[in-house]
Ligand binder design. Structure first.
Ligand SMILES: Cc1cc2nc3c(=O)[nH]c(=O)nc-3n(C[C@H](O)[C@H](O)[C@H](O)COP(=O)(O)OP(=O)(O)OC[C@H]3O[C@@H](n4cnc5c(N)ncnc54)[C@H](O)[C@@H]3O)c2cc1C
Length: 405
């Protein structure tokens, strides 16, 4: 079967879905978005912590989040956006840098309150162990979102503008016609039956072409790599290299027992452990910076909670002494060398948007819009994404975001 389309997007997570939505709303027709699994059980858009913030160091990241969160405010009900704030607890060695970043955030229109330890104790009484805290920053418009509702929202708007989302379809090979009428020839593998979780894991981890199953050939004017943690592999198929790589990140759900977190937003401890309310429980995560690169969905279970999460929380509050592990999971961060997204034109007819390094949900609206504008108008009008080009790594123009968790 040969499918002729205008634009083929690889990956239907929040980034691919947002890009498709924006392209279609700007008038493009003939957009297909393919995915191994539209349900997205292994995608980062499914397995993330749901935090959204514009409290960044780099102006490009502040801007991308600001545009995205402003949009979330307009459709708050549909996407489950709650402006419940991010509270960052900073140790002395990071305090001056955090306050300097706050100046930039405030200048760019993102309010952030500065609290000393006494204010922290009176505003958040359950944080009663304040050793090692030099000060706290509270950003009231940061908050939480329901990433599933968000993905659904982007897809519904995309579909209503004519976009087709194609399930159980994996890009395996790609070649290009030479000359002025350049066309992308993409060969995909289609899985006819609903896949078990084990099959999805096997395909997600495998490098080799299967192509024993049914084949779908696409002829497209352009192709966009929105494959999240698998972007490095899709790049290889599309004929270019990217320094992006996947890294396992774990989160757990805990029973707070002695503390009700529902009145609070995201809290980022000096240790790097972050937590927020999740229904009647809490969700906590920690980015282990020694984690090797690779595709690994193994959750360490209670060990993760007992070694990484609970000791830090115990040191922060007497109310956390009796916390109990409930469950948890591992997902993949899609990481770039400077922990900022990679997006823009790669080569003639090939575009990319991936590797938001743990901040893809909170940048998703702006990222999709900016890439769609670049494709349709030749440059992005809403926010200048030229510095996010993948060419920055070879040119040595890294952006260096250091407020990543
Ligand atoms: C534990 C954890 C916590 C996080 N917390 C936050 C947070 O609080 N806030 C935030 O903003 N971000 C967070 N993130 C990061 C965020 O989830 C990602 O940046 C974002 O979801 C990336 O979206 P994406 O669409 O690029 O990738 P994905 O959602 O992973 O989508 C990529 C899709 O590409 C498909 N695909 C891959 N290869 C192929 C192929 N060859 N053919 C067809 N389809 C293919 C995959 O099946 C997948 O569905 C977190 C991530 C993790 C793992």
């Amino acid at each position: 079967m040969i499918q002729k389309v205008e634009t083929l997007i690889i990956g239907a997570g929040v980034i691919g879905s947002s890009t498709a939505m924006h392209l279609a709303r700007l008038g493009m027709t003939g957009i297909h978005v393919i995915d191994l699994d539209l349900e997205g059980t292994l995608s980062s858009s499914e397995l993330n912590a749901g935090g959204v913030r514009a409290t960044w160091v780099q102006p490009i990241n502040i801007e991308m989040s600001k545009i995205t969160i402003d949009y979330f405010s307009e459709v708050a009900q549909e996407v489950g956006y709650k402006p419940c704030g991010y509270l960052w607890l900073h140790p002395a060695e990071r305090w001056a840098r955090a306050v300097a970043a706050r100046e930039v955030q405030a200048k760019m229109g993102w309010p952030v309150e500065v609290w000393d330890v006494a204010q922290l104790r009176s505003r958040i009484p359950f944080l009663d162990k304040t050793d090692g805290i030099a000060g706290a920053l509270f950003a009231p418009r940061d908050g939480l979102i329901n990433p599933n509702l968000l993905k659904k929202h982007y897809r519904e708007l995309a579909r209503s503008s004519g976009v087709e989302f194609v399930d159980r379809t994996v890009l395996r090979e790609c070649r290009y016609d030479a000359g002025s009428g350049t066309l992308v020839h993409a060969t995909c593998e289609r899985f006819e039956k609903v896949m078990s979780h084990e099959t999805k894991l096997e395909i997600a981890a495998s490098e080799l072409p299967h192509l024993g199953r049914s084949k779908v050939e696409y002829r497209a004017q352009r192709v966009i790599n929105c494959a999240g943690p698998w972007a490095f592999r899709v790049a290889r198929i599309l004929g270019y290299k990217t320094p992006a790589h996947p890294v396992r990140r774990q989160v757990c759900i805990f029973d707070g027992r002695d503390v009700d977190l529902t009145a609070y937003g995201m809290i980022v401890d000096t240790s790097g452990v972050y937590f927020h309310p999740e229904a009647m429980n809490g969700l906590a995560g920690f980015a282990n910076h020694d984690e090797p690169a690779g595709i690994n969905f193994e959750y360490d279970g209670e060990r993760f909670f007992e070694e990484r999460i609970w000791p830090a929380l115990y040191e922060r509050s007497t109310a956390f002494e009796r916390l109990k592990h409930v469950t948890g999971w591992a997902g993949l961060y899609e990481v770039s060398p400077d922990e900022c997204g990679i997006m823009g034109e790669v080569q003639d007819r090939v575009f990319e948007a991936h590797s938001f390094s743990g901040h893809g949900v909170m940048h998703s609206y702006a990222a999709g819009l900016a890439l769609a504008e670049e494709i349709i108008f030749g440059r992005s009008k809403t926010v200048d994404i030229s510095q996010l080009s993948g060419k920055r790594f070879e040119a040595g123009q890294l952006i260096r975001e250091n407020l990543v968790i």
